[in-house]
Design a binder for this molecule. Structure first.
Ligand code: PEP
Ligand code: MG
Length: 593
């Protein structure tokens, strides 16, 4: 994967980033402005002043970190751009260091006894007004800087996603500095045709959402936020990771042709919908869909999923100020179970924390020095039994309408599985006492294998649970210590690293020995390139973005499991990532040639 840079393309800019969701989008840019509107002011008590000032300082620290990160990335850009963009970021950093801003906000919190957000907004307005009052172009641009800095800190303080997507013109291409998974969940494919961001890596949840919605997307395109204006015509090539700004008519025509060819192939592959996946030598492989939002059930059906292999329920908790209670979760989950018409739905308990944030859970998670290693997923649930029991109850009730399985994220010990199993029994007993209909028998309980510690104890976990789902996204991140969402190390993020493959192999073998099903639901499951290796390692179930199903099915139909197993053995003997990739690619070329 490449880092961002501008190349000459005639006179028209061409921005390189990381292609995370294939496909071509052509349309006008909509650059997301940082503004989040008026924030509510509320009074605080004198004893809360210290905590409120601390909250403001934390927001400020995060904002500085963000800008420094952008500043470092800009250093790789060509001279002129580097100077211009770097200058703006330097000005923002200086603004954040200025005592006028920090002392102003802190004094206002203490003097007027108001919350940090409104103190910040008031201070920013006052500084900006002062600067704009002097008729001077330089000072006017400083006023804009202070507003942008204020918006950045406010967004971090309030954890507010961009809300402007619903008002976009259909066919727009969203351009933003960064989009959180929660932001992306607000995009409707009816209005947005693709998106481009300056920050973000290939297996971030934002990238996963793009693939799930079938939106061409390029992340980690540093220059995007400064080099593109709203209204600019863009071509987004989500495969090559390329963004063309203001392309000429000939280039547009060429990309339209490519987009049309892709659509034609999609139409041909759609015919595979009702054919079950089977290797050329006759082994059945079960292909399931991953799902983030209730609307994804339609795509799962449309692309012929045999069920839902991973329902990421945390998305039901995002973009709302409160938590959905048991009844609301039940209503949503049973709707999904109905929509899947008897096919199994694997419901994963909430996996918030890390980069996936839900406003209403924010204060329970707190501010972790290292969110990926912090109070995430099952750890949070076990600390908040009421939250866990409400979700388990909703799942058990939804299970009365069709087959469901319960899947636990970020498991690292058998004790955690036992705790949840006990909680399920307790919740089931309570529901039965109240004569509420629930799944009968109780749903299978499975665990995600996505932490090296879990993979290495897979033999013990296999005894304790009913199925495994291997999450190679996190497994890769935690095994080789590469943040899946950080574009700066995106070129090092590699699920084909021998350490990752050995953990996958160990896990699959443990499951097979114990006789429990094992699936892969990380992003590699949806990339046809990996199919021969995963099947060759003994995996018989894959779960992926629904739109990826036809291409993976086509690859499976072409390969012989015998040959794939042979090749997987050869791959597992290798220690070099390059050699592993070459052996895999060579096998795939043999299938396509
Ligand atoms: C994974 O980690 O591979 C996985 C499927 O879970 P998520 O992407 O939601 O972390
Ligand atoms: Mg995961």
């Amino acid at each position: 994967m490449k880092t961002s840079r501008t190349k000459a393309f005639g006179t028209r800019p061409r921005i390189q980033g990381i292609g995370v969701s294939a496909g071509i989008a052509i349309g006008p840019a909509h650059v997301v402005e940082g503004g989040i509107g008026q924030v509510p002011e509320y009074p605080i008590e004198t004893k809360q002043v210290e905590a409120e000032v601390e909250r403001f300082r934390e927001g400020m620290t995060k904002a500085r970190k963000q800008v420094r990160k952008l500043r470092r990335k800009v250093e790789d850009l060509p001279g002129g751009v580097q100077e211009e963009l770097g200058g703006v970021l330097e000005a923002h950093l200086a603004m954040m260091e200025s005592s006028r801003l920090t002392a102003g906000v802190e004094a206002l919190i203490a003097d007027r006894l108001i919350n940090a957000e409104s103190a910040l907004q008031a201070t920013v307005s006052e500084i900006a007004r002062g600067l704009s009052a002097v008729k001077d172009r330089y000072l006017a641009s400083r006023a804009q800087d202070v507003r942008e800095v204020g918006d950045r800190i406010l967004r971090l303080l309030t954890d507010t996603p961009y809300q402007a997507f619903s008002r976009l013109h259909p066919g727009s291409i969203v351009v933003a500095e960064e989009l959180s998974p929660a932001d992306t969940a607000l995009m409707s494919p009816d209005r947005v045709d693709g998106f481009v961001t300056a920050l973000g890596g290939s297996d971030s949840h934002t990238a996963i959402m793009a693939r799930s919605m079938g939106l061409p997307a390029v992340l980690g395109a540093t220059e995007a936020s400064a080099g593109i204006k709203t209204g600019d015509m863009l071509i987004v090539d989500g495969e090559a990771g390329l963004v063309l700004v203001d392309p000429d008519a000939q280039t547009i025509a060429e990309y339209r042709r490519r987009a049309e060819a892709r659509k034609r192939l999609d139409r041909q592959l759609a015919r595979l919908k009702s054919i079950l996946a089977e290797t050329a030598d006759g082994t059945r492989i079960s292909l399931m869909a991953n799902m983030e939002l209730p609307r994804d059930a339609e795509a799962a059906d449309q692309f012929g999923a045999e069920g839902i292999g991973l329902l990421r329920t945390e998305f039901l908790f995002m973009n709302r100020p409160d938590l959905p209670d048991e009844d609301e979760q039940y209503a949503i989950l049973s709707g999904i179970v109905h929509a899947m018409k008897g096919r199994p739905v694997t419901i994963r308990t909430i996996d918030v924390g890390g980069e996936k944030l839900a406003t209403a859970l924010g204060d329970r998670i707190g501010d972790s020095p290292n969110p990926a290693l912090g109070l995430r997923a099952i750890r949070l649930m076990l600390k908040e039994p009421r939250l866990m029991e409400a979700q388990l109850a909703a799942i058990l009730r939804a299970g009365a309408h069709g087959p469901v399985r319960i899947l636990l994220p970020m498991i690292t010990s058998v004790g955690q599985v036992r705790q949840v199993r006990n909680a399920i029994k307790k919740v089931a007993a309570r529901l039965k006492r109240r004569k509420v209909k629930i799944a009968h028998p109780l749903p299978p309980l499975g665990v995600m294998i996505e932490v090296p510690g879990a993979a290495l104890t897979a033999d013990a976990l296999a005894v304790e649970c009913d199925f495994f789902a291997i999450g190679t996204n996190d497994l890769t991140m935690y095994t080789i210590a590469i943040d899946r969402g950080d574009e700066q190390v995106a070129d090092l993020y590699n699920p084909l690293h021998p350490a990752v493959l050995r953990l996958v192999q160990f896990t699959v073998e443990a499951a097979l020995r114990q006789g429990i099903p094992v699936s892969i639901c990380g992003e590699i499951a949806g990339d046809p390139r990996y199919a021969p290796l995963l099947l060759g390692l003994g995996v018989k179930e894959l779960s992926m973005a629904a739109r990826a199903l036809p291409r993976v099915k086509q690859r499976i139909k072409r390969l012989s499991l015998g040959a794939a197993t042979h090749r997987a053995r050869a791959i597992m003997d290798q220690t070099d990532e390059g050699r592993i990739a070459a052996l895999l690619d060579d096998f795939n070329e043999g299938l396509l040639g």
